[in-house]
Write a protein that binds this ligand. Structure first.
Ligand SMILES: O=P(O)(O)OC[C@H]1O[C@@H](O)[C@H](O)[C@@H](O)[C@@H]1O
Length: 239
């Protein structure tokens, strides 16, 4: 069960095994993008003829677009061609995001990443978003320079909540899962991290909707909290 108590970070959980890599989810973790997506997704649902209530919509946070639209079509008994649905929606998302004037990372996230990087921790982004969107957001937030490893949920066999994306990111980083920490904002993402055998910090972000992060090992509201905890993490960099 996750705890918001800072003391939790000094428990053995963060000491052993030593941390060698941090894998970031993107949407709702690096940037508050879910509220933007919610609006575009609502219009796509309407376009398909589905009325999706907020509670249902929140259950799709963290999954790939294909998984979300498949679940919506199954639940609302709609019959559309997936390729056409995805093409229509992705086109809208890319246009909105390209035209967006304020794609900014969360406060203190850059400081946190800079510290991890300076400490020798390997870094990756593992996002259910399409790769084109990952590239766009990382460029526009200025965070691209920190990440050599980026994995999209569209590039693995099973998207979150399956563990594939995190296991693939860890193998690209050449770090064993038990030495990885994942930061996630969605129930689906936290489940995926835990199934991958990794420790998970839940980022409780109001913009990501009502997310149950209780499977995470620790929950924070802001990156400033993580900065305060720096000394409690046992960094185990392999030389
Ligand atoms: O894995 P991440 O970075 O949280 O991305 C998930 C998001 O990916 C987006 O492409 C979807 O539109 C969102 O609905 C989804 O929540």
């Amino acid at each position: 069960m996750a705890s918001k108590h800072l003391n939790n970070a000094s428990s053995s959980l963060w000491q052993d095994p030593p941390i060698q890599a941090v894998i970031f989810d993107m949407d709702g973790v690096l940037i508050d993008s879910e509220p933007i997506y919610f609006e575009i997704e609502k219009s796509s649902f309407q376009h398909l003829g589905a009325t999706v209530e907020e509670t249902e919509h929140h259950t799709y946070v963290g999954v790939t677009l294909e998984s979300m639209f498949q679940q919506v079509m199954d639940k609302h008994k709609l019959d559309h061609v997936m390729e056409e649905v995805l093409a229509f929606h992705k086109d809208n998302v890319m246009k909105v995001m390209q035209d967006h004037k304020e794609l900014q990372a969360f406060d203190h996230v850059e400081q946190w990443i800079e510290w991890l990087s300076a400490s020798g921790i390997k870094l990756a982004v593992a996002s259910s978003s399409p790769r084109s969107l990952i590239e766009l957001i990382l460029e526009r937030t200025g965070l691209r320079r920190f990440f050599t490893v980026m994995v999209s949920g569209e590039e693995v066999a099973h998207g979150k909540p399956a563990p594939d994306i995190f296991l693939h990111a860890a193998s690209l980083l050449q770090v064993e899962p038990q030495h990885c920490v994942v930061i996630e904002d969605s129930r689906n993402g936290v489940r995926a991290a835990k199934l991958a055998g990794m420790r998970c910090i839940g980022h409780q972000n109001p913009g990501s909707g009502n997310q149950d992060l209780s499977e995470a090992d620790m929950i924070v509201d802001h990156y400033a909290e993580l900065l305060e905890l720096r000394d409690s993490f046992h960094i185990g960099v392999r030389l």
